[in-house]
Design a binder for this molecule. Structure first.
Ligand SMILES: NC(=O)c1ccc[n+]([C@@H]2O[C@H](COP(=O)([O-])OP(=O)(O)OC[C@H]3O[C@@H](n4cnc5c(N)ncnc54)[C@H](OP(=O)(O)O)[C@@H]3O)[C@@H](O)[C@H]2O)c1
Length: 260
């Protein structure tokens, strides 16, 4: 299926590794020009080199997106180079393992940090790109949440932050001033996804036997998902083909979650 987004300008936050990297490569494969932002310059450079092979324009910006001014700075740089942005993928997030298991042992800090990294970063980027998308009369905003953004589970500060992202996309999808400019807002809710160098891989390395048992006993498919499997769904929602999908929160979890 041709996605119909050749020549569009796209930004993937946290696009240097993991799910974001897979989304950036998929969009570039569909002919989009792709900007990515993350903290580490070396991962940005490595991913940009891969994207460039697909003969599209690239922008890489090294920045800590938890700083409130950072999203505006990123978009200013993109505006100076491209003057347009059609697709925003709010991918940066995390914090599912932050804090202490006992709720009372956590100060305000952990709640606010997780909310800031996930929800406020998505709010700040979305707020800045909407005027561009309204002017263009076309836009796609996709936020990467979690199955814990659709149902109870996990640490409460993570669940609350991810649920707030789901709510943000749904509320914007109901705003007629936005939807009638051909802008759609959706979220994609991954289940456990194996990303090299992050929590799941650490668990596997620490106790491979227990990890294998956990996969077989607890996960519906008997395995974790891959970043590409999430990117396939994100990419579709960014496409012209998904023009009637708006306000959806789509689980990409191999059937793991309990909600409908
Ligand atoms: N992996 C899973 O099992 C899973 C499950 C459910 C939901 N998710 C969600 O999927 C999204 C992507 O997760 P992932 O597992 O692919 O993560 P990841 O492998 O940790 O990649 C995160 C990306 O974000 C960047 N990043 C992290 N902190 C940043 C910051 N403060 N400022 C700027 N960039 C930052 C990273 O680069 P730098 O470190 O160089 O900055 C990297 O490019 C997140 O929203 C996460 O909550 C993941």
């Amino acid at each position: 299926m041709e996605f119909g987004i050749r020549g569009k300008y796209a930004l993937v936050t946290g696009g240097s590794r993991g799910i974001g990297r897979s989304v950036a490569l998929l969009l570039a494969g569909e002919g989009c020009h792709v900007a990515i932002c993350a903290r580490g310059q070396s991962d940005i450079d490595r991913t940009l080199a891969e994207i460039k092979k697909l003969n599209v324009e690239v922008i890489g910006i090294a920045t800590d997106l938890t700083k409130p001014d950072s999203p505006r700075d990123v978009l200013e740089k993109i505006g100076n180079s491209w003057g347009a942005l059609h697709i925003l993928v709010n991918n940066v997030g995390g914090g599912g393992r932050w804090g202490q298991p006992t709720v009372e042992d956590n100060s305000d800090e952990v709640w606010l940090e997780v909310y800031n990294k996930n929800t406020m970063t998505a709010v700040r980027f979305t707020r800045e790109v909407l005027p561009w998308m309204r002017n263009q009369k076309w836009g796609r905003i996709v936020t990467v949440t979690s199955i814990y953004g659709k149902e109870g589970g996990g640490r409460p500060w993570f669940n609350m932050a991810k649920a707030a992202q789901t709510s943000l996309m749904k509320c914007l999808a109901l705003d007629r001033d936005i939807t009638r400019c051909n802008i759609t807002c959706n979220s994609v809710a991954p289940g456990p996804i194996m990303i090299p160098g992050t929590g799941w891989e650490n668990e596997q390395k620490n106790d491979p036997v227990a990890f294998e048992r956990m996969m077989k006993d607890q996960l519906t498919l008997g395995r974790l998902g891959t970043p590409d499997e999430v990117a396939n769904v994100v990419g579709f929602l960014c496409s012209e083909r998904a023009s009637l999908v708006n306000g959806a929160a789509i689980a990409v979890d191999g059937g793991e979650s309990r909600s409908f």
